[in-house]
Write a protein that binds this ligand. Structure first.
Ligand SMILES: NC(=O)c1ccc[n+]([C@@H]2O[C@H](COP(=O)([O-])OP(=O)(O)OC[C@H]3O[C@@H](n4cnc5c(N)ncnc54)[C@H](O)[C@@H]3O)[C@@H](O)[C@H]2O)c1
Length: 382
């Protein structure tokens, strides 16, 4: 009876067209040694520069000794792409895969099919769109992330990017490096943030923190989300709810993207959506690169419709050398860094360790950490 209820829920979450879920994987660890694979970015010469730099492959979140002391096997690699990569060698017999959005191990339906022992997929950070969540749900896998672990890190970074774009900072920096001095070349398109209309698309944990941080700048704050925020927070930030995204977009001088990458948001900012934006709009996107149509953004930056674009998220990651966003005018892009400050690393490493401990001890995780549980996908990813 319990199983048939679970199957019914899974079928509901996945839609009637999905294959019948197997749900054969346990929620908690079965007895015995487990094979845990961690995929992280490599730090090379930087690995030894900071004892708290736990997010790199060389440190593997600092949980290696702890896992091995309990008789588990822990394999850490940065080699995640292609049929002969290190990750592929372990897909068939690993029980747990830990990965980060900064250097994502893309977990496709094909990989899930091969992963016969896999039980648990952990995201060290926030955002599990690198996993085919429908396939994970159908296979009965558990997917969890360290919800909230780096939201302050990202909100602070977004505020920085807004200021970098509004003040036209990057060309000034380049002038200095190149030995130039041309005030006019920067000031003809540098503005104050005060008085500008800033709209966040998505006002969950990060969006709310950004609105709080923007409040002292005396901007006109708007937000669009599927959910209206608590009245106290609306009053505290002064942000106005916009139920219709297309009504909000033409009002904004600056648009910040703060929603997850889902089937509904993938490619949402295409040519048509970008055409609805004010001419000369500035965009900050630390959410996910694939929410934007890559070429449409590059074209709008080239035409000047988008006057500046900044963010740390790309598709795919690492971004290839010929990615159009590397070459478009007026961008202030970086590699995926906002959520992997040292403070964030310590928080998401502790969160992963705590979830593994629960998994070994047969305990549930914090409810907000589950992205896929017993065939059900978390509502923010639907
Ligand atoms: N760059 C980084 O280092 C980094 C770090 C953390 C998170 N992120 C990204 O930021 C995203 C948001 O993180 P969060 O902690 O604020 O998540 P959250 O779940 O707290 O908030 C997401 C918000 O988006 C809203 N939303 C979902 N789908 C929507 C839609 N179709 N239209 C409008 N609103 C929608 C939800 O209702 C929710 O309020 C993550 O999913 C992740 O992709 C990036």
């Amino acid at each position: 009876m319990a199983m048939s209820r679970t199957l019914a829920r899974a079928t509901q979450a996945l839609g009637s067209s999905s294959a019948a879920p197997l749900l054969s994987r346990p929620l908690h660890a079965t007895p015995g040694s487990k094979k845990i694979v961690g995929v992280f970015y490599k730090a090379n010469e930087y690995a030894s520069k900071n004892p708290n730099f736990v997010g790199c492959a060389e440190r593997g979140l600092g949980i290696g000794e702890w896992l091995e002391a309990q008789g588990h096997q822990y394999i850490v690699t940065d080699d995640k792409e292609g049929p002969s990569c290190e990750l592929e060698k372990h897909i068939e017999d690993m029980h747990v895969l830990i990965s980060t959005p900064f250097h994502p191990a893309y977990v496709s339906a094909e990989r899930i099919k091969k992963a016969k022992n896999l039980q648990l997929l952990l995201t060290a950070g926030i955002g599990s769109d690198h996993i085919d969540l429908k396939a994970a749900a159908a296979a009965g896998l558990t997917v969890a992330e360290v919800t909230g672990s780096n939201v302050v890190s990202v909100a602070e970074d977004e505020l920085m990017r807004i200021l970098v774009l509004v003040r036209n900072f990057v060309p000034g920096y380049h002038q200095v490096i190149k030995g130039e001095w041309n005030v006019a070349g920067i000031s003809y398109r540098a503005y104050d943030l005060e008085g500008k209309t800033v709209g966040t698309v998505g006002a969950g944990r990060i969006g709310k923190l950004l609105l709080q941080r923007l409040k002292p700048f005396n901007c006109n704050l708007l937000y669009h989300d599927r959910l209206k925020m608590e009245p106290e927070l609306e009053a505290q930030t002064g942000a106005k709810f916009e139920a219709d995204l297309d009504t909000m977009l033409p009002k904004c001088d600056i648009v910040v993207i703060n929603m997850p990458l889902t089937e509904k948001t993938r490619g949402m900012f295409d040519k048509e959506k970008i055409a609805k934006l004010k001419k000369g709009v500035l965009i900050v996107n630390n959410a996910r690169g694939a929410i934007m149509d890559t070429q449409a953004v590059a074209d709008a930056c080239a035409s000047g419709h988008i006057a500046g674009y900044s963010g740390d998220v790309w598709y795919p990651q690492p971004a290839p050398k010929d990615h159009p966003w590397r070459y478009m005018p007026n961008h202030a892009m970086t590699p995926h860094i906002s959520g992997t400050t040292i403070d964030a690393q310590l928080r998401y490493a502790a969160g992963v360790k705590e979830m593994l401990d629960c998994y070994f001890k047969g305990k549930d995780f914090l409810p907000q950490n589950y992205i896929v549980k017993e065939g059900q996908i978390a509502p923010q990813y639907l």
